[in-house]
Design a protein around this ligand. Structure first.
Ligand code: NAD
Length: 419
């Protein structure tokens, strides 16, 4: 079987970790059991470009149980868990192309290997496969019926493609499902980003100032968790509504240059470019630790930092110290790549349970519905989103009330007024 992973001897360790994650992914497990029986993806070729983690392995197992023929490659050069990649190949028979720390050339060679599979369905996290197929591998377009997209930045790219009438097949924006971004982006990124910063630095957060750029779903989670650990949180935003929300949630809000003067830690999570730039580097105090949890490593102007620093060295794994002409030191984590995946293990399985339940059910939906969908970006069908929320509650042993007949009637009528 073709594959490219770091070290097959890591497979047993990877399998144990995949099973550990699986034990906390009950919704996905129940979908896998049904897929095993019903085989809704029989003969469907899937090219998936996702972070190669334990949770992704369980999604791959689920798609395979449904009959899919899968090739998996990494959606980030630093997020691959090499033991998981090895286990996927040897224990689960999934062709995997991913090595932690791969260079740009290997990253795209791996994406090309996934495209060589001539997929019926693409499954992206950041739209790199879709982008490459449309720009350079157009021969693959012929067999594709549709795709799915996992993250905010990918959805933004796809919507831009669709508006330019450049997108040639239908894609479901999994990110936009409530059972995805409300939990994965908020609680998943919130917990795992701090986990990444702590594992990389072993610094105390309590009593320190942590700046979050971007108060979207991810930023809210990071601010909430940092606050809970005793950090004093500053939020930087460009959207007045989001900034106001951060103020009312109890955080200090100010321009990035002002925040730079106070920051001990800084996390960008905007999906935007050069959010930490020259003026912020100049204003930062000695010892500031900066990291990114947004999809691409463009949120911190690293080329500028490299150019202006008089020296740099790795002081701990994935912690690079830059010394500026003034003697000031700035510490960059994971070369500005997703800190939660590069320095920790990404989101905990329990939230990925819902994100990947959406992926599995959307792949199944795409097989049935693709012929009726024009090229474009589509929402996750409401029934899928609601069924995942209901199933998740059920697996947590939580029951809720249902509307009485009287309440249903009341809520759907307009005749009843103040008195
Ligand atoms: N680390 C992970 O595992 C993970 C998980 C989910 C999403 N993501 C990525 O994180 C990023 C944010 O996702 P989200 O769902 O929170 O998006 P979002 O759209 O909900 O929030 C982004 C926020 O950033 C703000 N923003 C934009 N430019 C800014 C700037 N220059 N300064 C300050 N704020 C600015 C926007 O106004 C918005 O409020 C995306 O790139 C997404 O793909 C990462």
């Amino acid at each position: 079987m073709d594959h490219h992973v770091k070290d097959m001897s890591l497979a047993a360790a990877g399998k144990a970790r995949i099973e550990w994650a699986d034990a906390d992914m009950p919704v996905l497990a129940s979908i896998r059991e049904r897929f095993e029986r019903e085989k809704p993806l029989e003969g469907v070729r899937v090219s998936a470009c996702l972070h190669v983690t334990t949770e992704t392995a369980n999604l791959m197992r689920t798609l395979k149980a449904g009959g899919a023929d899968i090739v998996l490659c990494a959606s980030n050069p630093l997020s691959t868990q090499d033991d998981v990649a090895a286990a996927l190949v040897s224990e689960y028979g999934i062709r995997t192309y991913a090595i932690k720390g791969e260079d740009t050339e290997s990253y795209y060679a791996h994406i090309d290997a996934a495209i060589d599979h001539m997929p019926h369905i693409t499954m992206d996290d950041g739209a790199d496969v879709v982008g490459r197929i449309h720009a350079e591998r157009r021969e693959a377009l012929e067999g594709i019926i549709g795709g799915t997209e996992e993250t905010t930045t990918g959805v933004i790219r796809l919507v831009a493609m669709s508006e330019d009438e450049a997108l040639e097949y239908p894609i479901i924006a999994v990110n936009d499902a409530d059972t995805k971004h409300l939990f994965d982006n908020r609680y998943g990124t919130g917990q795992s980003t701090l986990d990444g910063i702590i594992r990389a630095t072993n610094r105390l957060l309590a009593g320190r100032t942590l700046v979050v750029s971007g108060y979207g779903w991810c930023g809210r989670g990071i601010a909430m968790r940092a606050d809970g650990m005793g950090a004093s949180v500053i939020v930087c935003e460009i959207d007045p509504l989001r900034a106001l929300e951060a103020v009312m949630d109890g955080y200090r809000v100010m321009p990035a240059v002002e925040a730079a003067k106070q920051c001990d830690f800084w996390v960008t999570v905007t999906g935007d470019i050069n959010v930490i730039d020259e003026a912020m580097f100049d204003a930062m105090k000695d010892g500031a630790i900066i990291a990114n949890s947004g999809h691409f490593n463009v949120e911190i102007n690293i080329p500028h930092l490299r150019e202006k620093a008089v020296s740099s060295r790795e002081v701990r794994p994935l912690v690079e110290e830059f010394t500026m002409a003034s003697g000031k030191r700035i510490y960059l984590l994971a070369d500005g790549r997703l800190v939660n995946l590069a320095c920790a293990e990404g989101h905990p399985a329990n939230v990925m349970d819902m994100s990947f339940a959406n992926q599995a059910l959307c792949a199944e939906y795409m097989v049935g519905a693709a012929s009726e969908l024009e090229p474009g970006v589509y929402s996750v069908p409401e029934e899928i989103d609601e069924s995942i929320a209901a199933l998740k509650l059920q697996t947590m042993g939580i029951e809720i009330d249902t509307l009485t007949e009287e309440q249903e009637k009341y809520l759907s009528s307009w005749q009843e007024g103040t008195c």
